[in-house]
Design a protein. Structure first.
Length: 274
């Protein structure tokens, strides 16, 4: 995505159309669009030809961008789990790992970055009916691996609003749910985690369209991305007008939900009832 955005910036600065750029590398306009969105791999020759077309002659600048192209083609750690993942999800895992700010709303279950191992296993079993134990365990292992990002040296800020429905809908037995609630209380104390609960008592709210995640990146050239998961696919929205609508909805959810301290009290109350 970073390389694609830089190529787009260079192309637009020269006033070159996507069609003309595509012609220069023997490709279509749609391929240039996919390259600029970071949706396809990059051939070194194509990047070299585009840089020449865009008037980039400085050897250091060319070397930097070509190095970025090589890095972009290296498979991430999550690709080893591709056999148990839907085709659209590896892209999300890569974006999640690159984000410096993750904002989310969940209503069906606890967000994957906050799930305990036992709760994750119950969720995966429910979603992968008929899957082998080995496949279930690999999916759970991926989820736990993703969670390490929250503890890493470059851990992102994670702001999440959980609907109370996600906390009252049981996955696993009573002990699994108690462990999950306690985990949420504990993890909400981390400085990079802001956890809020949208209570039933509030009534209707701005999250009426369902769960979504907004990913923001440290590079100024990269636009925010909204991730929407569907039953058989996922949407990645990066148009400014789309992102703005979801940012507005999340801001309202945050404003209308109790703050982190009050949300912890709500979690403790649910734990006592469980």
């Amino acid at each position: 995505m970073l390389l694609g955005s830089q190529l787009r910036r260079l192309r637009e600065a020269r006033g070159i159309t996507r069609e003309a750029a595509g012609y220069s590398i023997r490709a279509s306009e749609s391929k240039i669009s996919r390259m600029e969105l970071g949706r396809v791999s990059f051939k070194t020759r194509d990047v070299e030809d585009l840089l020449t077309l865009y008037g980039i002659t400085d050897e250091m600048e060319r070397k930097s961008l070509l190095s970025l192209a090589r890095e972009a083609n290296v498979a991430g750690w999550w690709h080893s789990y591709s056999d148990v993942l839907p085709s659209w999800f590896p892209t999300y895992v890569g974006l999640e790992g690159a984000a410096h700010l993750i904002r989310a709303y969940e209503v069906q279950f606890v967000h994957g970055l906050l799930q305990t191992e036992a709760y994750a296993r119950a969720v995966v079993r429910r979603g992968m009916k008929g899957a082998s134990d080995a496949d279930v365990e690999r999916r759970v292992a991926l989820r736990l691996e993703r969670q390490k990002h929250l503890d890493s040296a470059n851990a992102p800020e994670f702001h999440v609003v959980l609907d109370e429905a996600a906390l009252r809908r049981p996955y696993g037995d009573r002990e699994v749910m108690r462990e999950q609630l306690q985990h949420l209380i504990d993890i909400s104390e981390r400085p990079n985690v802001r956890l809020q609960i949208m209570p039933f008592s509030f009534g209707g709210h701005s999250g009426e369209s369902g769960a979504f995640t907004i990913l923001s990146f440290p590079e100024s050239d990269l636009s925010d991305v909204v991730y929407l998961e569907q039953l058989t696919s996922a949407l990645y929205l990066d148009k400014r007008e789309d992102v703005t609508q979801y940012e507005k909805a999340l801001k309202e959810l945050q404003q209308d939900s109790p703050g982190p301290a009050e949300s912890r009290d709500l979690l403790r109350g649910l734990l006592q009832l469980s």
